[in-house]
Ligand binder design. Structure first.
Ligand SMILES: Cc1ncc(COP(=O)(O)O)c(C=O)c1O
Length: 396
């Protein structure tokens, strides 16, 4: 079997290891290079490394072997030509927007259901650069096409599963529309991971991840990564050298190690989420349970078409009693923790109103379908029946 034909499960374990390979002893756990600078054997070689004509390392802001091993692994997992890692998911998003070469006066088309901070990044920092954002519901192809026709955006940015209501976007149709209007496509693949979808394979130009979530998987390392077509390589590296939002080598090592168990963790988390969603839906104690594979979810057919039996590892609940009802619910939980993240081994609950979507206006939240009773459960690796039981007892 040639390397290029390895399955994702095999690549998750092996990709990137060769970047830090040494001869004749090859450490089975890849080495960490904490060094901020690298001595180069001759000024001629340093000149070529600095110029970029010869691969190599000179200064950690320009590149570090441990960081490159993780970024290279991500590029292979997404079948991309280039991968560049960053200090956080937000830095990765900012870098992807920079790589798209937006100029003052350009427009950026955003999904209304993007992660809250991504919307804030566009409406605060990128507006200061003269980039105007236009927002559309990406589950509505007519809305997306109208936005493309009227605004001629230079790039669009969306997630395939919305947060927190878990609406699934018909990515192939969106990419087709974008191509017909000459609009670059940037996708945040944090919630789906390459195990559910490889946006680049479906035609996206750039794919970003918050590696802080499922890729690392243990809640102990913050990082991000952008992968994409080679035409973006120069601007991605330029951003990192000049902005300096580099991933640290220790975090890179943890994130790379996380990849090795991603398939077993994420597949189990998705199975647990379905199990919990079905148990909670059967209880009838909630106003609504959102999970992409439940037959009453508005986009469940699209979810089945793209993801088969993997629906992601998030379940969202609609709790009666408004803010007071939610506060009481959170206080009643024993096993499920309260933290503003996803992708950990622990099951964690988040209240979007005071966390991920606190900076959206009530009107914006209403348009997204987020109410005072919406609570997101990021499912971990505990026994799903223990988690379902804890959530049900918290509704007492
Ligand atoms: C979908 C998504 N994208 C990006 C980010 C930002 O990632 P980070 O916190 O690593 O900067 C988050 C964080 O929650 C997220 O949920």
């Amino acid at each position: 079997m040639t390397q290029s034909r390895w399955s994702l499960e095999t690549l998750l374990v092996h990709a990137g290891n060769d970047i830090v390979k040494t001869e004749p002893y090859f450490a089975t756990s890849p080495a960490i290079y904490p060094s901020t600078s690298f001595q180069v054997s001759s000024p001629e070689l340093l000149d070529q490394v600095m110029e970029g004509s010869v691969p190599g390392f000179s200064y950690a802001r320009h590149g570090n072997p441990t960081v490159q091993a993780f970024a290279h692994a991500m590029a292979r997992l997404e079948e991309a030509e280039v991968g560049v890692a960053t200090a956080s998911g937000m830095a990765a998003i900012d870098m992807a927007l920079y790589a798209a070469c937006l100029q003052p006066g350009d427009r950026l088309l955003l999904s209304q259901d993007l992660y809250g901070a991504s919307l804030n990044l566009a409406s605060t920092i990128w507006t200061q650069y003269g980039i105007r954002s236009v927002v559309a519901d990406f589950t509505d192809l007519t809305q997306v096409e109208d936005a493309l026709r009227i605004n001629h955006p230079k790039a669009m940015f969306f997630e395939m599963i919305s947060n927190p209501l878990l609406k699934v976007v018909d990515m192939s149709s969106i990419v087709e529309l974008a191509e017909s209007y000459g609009c670059q496509v940037i996708v945040d693949n944090t919630f789906t991971t390459p195990l559910m979808v490889q946006p680049g394979v479906l035609g996206a130009d750039l794919v970003v991840h918050s590696a802080t979530k499922y890729l690392g998987g243990h809640g102990d390392a913050m990082g991000g990564v952008v992968v994409g077509k080679s035409v973006y390589s120069e601007r991605l590296h330029q951003y990192l050298k000049l902005r300096g939002a580099v991933l640290g080598p220790f975090e890179a090592w943890l994130l790379h190690r996380g990849l090795k168990t991603l398939a077993v963790r994420f597949e189990r988390q998705c199975a647990n989420a379905l199990d919990i969603a079905e148990s909670l839906a059967a209880s009838e104690r909630f106003e609504r349970i959102y999970y992409p594979l439940l037959p009453d979810h508005p986009t469940h057919l699209t979810a089945r078409r793209y993801f088969g039996t993997m629906g992601g590892a998030v379940v969202t609940l609609e709790i009666p009693g408004g803010k007071d009802g939610v506060y009481q619910f959170i206080k009643n939980l024993h096993l499920v923790g309260s933290a503003t993240t996803v992708g950990d081994v622990y099951t964690l609950c988040l209240y979007p109103l005071i966390a991920s979507h606190r900076n959206q206006t009530p009107e914006e939240r209403r348009t997204m379908g987020i109410t005072e009773g919406t609570v997101r459960i990021a499912v971990g690796l505990e026994d799903p029946q223990d988690v379902a039981h804890d959530i049900l007892q918290a509704m007492k």
